[in-house]
Design a protein around this ligand. Structure first.
Ligand code: DP6
Length: 329
């Protein structure tokens, strides 16, 4: 039996100016650009093997066979890759996160970036980073940003082939830290895909778009100048604006818990005491605490001492998706 096999490893990412709302949900074409950095402490490794004569994709995520909607979403992504070569071969996919998948820290970003790259490399497709980013975007929007390394911007466009992410600074440009305070390990009740579809129902949606357009050049400058307080203040406000859209969507989305708020308040108190820290929150209850190399160990200890915090995942700025020979089967 003939097989084609490859393994890819991709990092999750944290958005500083976030993606919330599509102009085209099917193609995952966002309404605005977004800016993020990759998280070296949170990665997904995925091995994809196309095998002649196999019937149906067999997918195992963190040791558990995928079925239902999760399996369909992966097969739909593999179909995009299969269409590039005309092959009908089904796959065996084994994927492993080095962080708890239920922790809600963008496993779809690292997951779809690794799946897309592993499948493309297994098929020996000669794709540029830009093309891989576009394809990863079709699986999960934020996955477009996990293909390139370091600090990354994903461009909004009306055209599929123009909505890709690229690196705006390498990881070594600035050793920022993201301390992810895990306050809940449960599955979130409403996923991002449904959330994006609700975004435009909020009366605050257009206001946030206007703010994002104003903030994007400021964020690029803050990264270029390594200006932590400008970066943190912009990121924290963008988080609050995105959650204001979520809260005022129909139906309303409330991702915060009492523990989320406890960490938000603690971060503000530490900042008032002169520590360099700002919060960022995605579509879930956990809190990313953005901080500097100098303040990181103090903040880590302070977070671990909070009763609201179950665990802290410490991340530095990470690289892009890469190929590895360490196959998972
Ligand atoms: C709040 O990329 O998870 O994390 O395209 O439906 O998979 P899908 O959505 P997803 O949305 C991410 C939303 C966010 C903000 C961000 O990462 O930019």
């Amino acid at each position: 039996m003939s097989t084609w096999k490859a393994t890819a490893c991709a990092n999750a990412n944290i958005a500083l100016i976030k993606y919330w709302g599509n102009r085209d949900d099917g193609l995952r074409l966002p309404v605005t650009n977004s800016i993020s950095f990759n998280l070296d402490g949170a990665s997904t490794t995925t091995t994809v093997e196309f095998a002649e004569g196999q019937s149906g994709d067999q997918v195992t995520l963190d040791g558990v066979a995928a079925h239902g909607a999760a399996a369909q979403r992966i097969t739909a992504q593999l179909d995009l890759l299969r269409a590039r070569t005309g092959t009908k071969w089904a796959t065996r996919v084994v994927s492993r996160n080095n962080f708890p998948m239920a922790a809600g820290i963008a496993s779809s970003a690292s997951g779809f970036a690794a799946l897309t790259c592993a499948a493309a490399w297994a098929l020996a497709l000669d794709l540029s980073e830009r093309e891989l980013s576009c394809l990863a975007r079709r699986g999960s929007g934020s996955a477009a940003r996990s293909v390139p390394g370091g600090f990354v911007e994903w461009y909004a466009s009306e055209r599929d082939e123009d909505s890709f992410a690229e690196s705006i600074a390498p990881p070594e440009h600035w050793p920022l830290h993201d301390l992810v305070a895990i306050v809940s390990q449960g599955e979130k009740p409403v996923g991002s895909t449904e959330g994006h579809q609700r975004a435009q129902t909020s009366p605050l949606f257009q206001a946030r778009i206007a703010q994002v357009e104003a903030d994007l050049p400021l964020m690029r400058c803050a990264i270029g100048d390594r200006d932590f307080h400008t970066l943190g203040a912009l990121a924290e406000r963008d988080t609050l604006m995105m959650h204001a859209v979520m809260l005022t969507s129909q139906p309303s989305l409330l991702y915060w818990t009492a523990e989320t708020l406890a960490v938000m308040r603690a971060v503000r108190a530490w900042r008032n005491d002169g520590l360099a820290c700002y919060f960022s929150i995605d579509a879930g209850p956990n809190v990313h605490v953005l901080t500097t190399q100098q303040a990181s160990s103090t903040i880590l200890q302070a977070l671990q001492a909070l009763p609201a915090v179950q665990a802290v995942l410490a991340c530095n700025v990470g690289g892009g998706a890469r190929r590895t020979d360490e196959h998972l089967f």
